[in-house]
Design a protein around this ligand. Sequence first.
Ligand SMILES: Nc1ncnc2c1ncn2[C@@H]1O[C@H](COP(=O)(O)OP(=O)(O)OP(=O)(O)O)[C@@H](O)[C@H]1O
Length: 280
Amino acid sequence: MYTLTDVTKTYAGKHPVTALDRVTITIPDGQMVAIEGPTGGGKSTMLQMLGALDVPTSGTVTLDDVELSDAGERRLQEVRAERVGIVFQNFNLIATLSALENVQTALVPLGVGAEERLERSRAALDQVAMGDRADHLPSELSGGQQQRVAIARALVKRPRVLLADEPTGNLDGPMRDEILALLHSSWHAMGLTVIMVTHDSRVAASAQRRLRIAHGRLSEIGDGRRAGADEPDGARGDPGGARRSPAPAQDHPDDALEDATPGASHQPTAPGTYEERPLG
Ligand SMILES: Nc1ncnc2c1ncn2[C@@H]1O[C@H](COP(=O)(O)OP(=O)(O)OP(=O)(O)O)[C@@H](O)[C@H]1O
C-alpha cells in the first residue's frame, strides 16, 4: 500500500517549479489506478515518487513498511529492484541486447543465478506472448512487441507494483489495445498494484480509480465503477474503501493472453459519470 502525506516536490533553480503541491493519498494493494492531467501538471513527478526514483522536498511517501522519502539511495535501489516494475512510453530497452537478455537484466540486481535467470526470463516472455522472439534485438521488433518485452522485464522480478508512464503513448490502435489487455491480464494474474500515467482516454477509462494532477494538485475523478467485472487474483484489502471493479477497455482481446489468464475480463467500457473531488 502506498501512503503519501503532504508530498511537495519543488525543482530548485533560477525559476523553482513546484511540480507536486501537498499531495495526500492512499493507494491500497491490488488497485488499478490511472493518473491523468494536462502537460506539465506533475504526473511524471508523481510516478517518480511512487517508483522510488526521486524523493519529495517535503512530506512522506511510504510503500508498505518502507518510508521512501527518508530512505538512502541504497535502500531506494533495493526497493526499485525488488518491488517496483516500471514501463515507459519509449520502452527503454537496451538496443544491443536481445529480448531475452533485456528481461534478464531485471534479475541481476536481485542476485538470481544464471540458470534461474534464464528460466524465469523465458517464462516472462512466454507470459507476454513473445517467447518466439527471445533472440531478437529491439530494432527487429514492432513497437507493440518492444513494449511486451518491456512489460516482461518489469514483471520478471515479481514486483508488488507496476508503474507505467504512458504505456500506450507510442502505439497505434490495435497495438495500444493489445498492450492495455496485457496490463490488465497481468494485473489479474499477479494481483499487482498498477498505476498508469496516461493521456489515452481508453486506458484511463479502464482503471478502477482515476486521479488527475494539474498544477501539482491531485484530485480524484468520480467513480470508475463498472458493473459485472471481476476482482484480480491475489487482490488484497481495501483499507481506503476505494476498491472498484476493473473493466478493461478492451474489445479486441488477444486470444493468447485470454488463455493465459482465465480470470481476466475483457469487456468494453461505457463512459462513466465523473466528478472531481480534491485530495490533500
Ligand atoms: N528535473 C526537473 N527540473 C526542473 N523542472 C522540472 C523537472 N522535471 C519536471 N519539471 C517541471 O515540473 C513540472 C511537472 O512536470 P512533470 O514532468 O511531472 O509533468 P507531467 O504532468 O508528467 O507532464 P507531461 O504530460 O508533459 O509529461 C513541469 O512544470 C516541469 O517543467
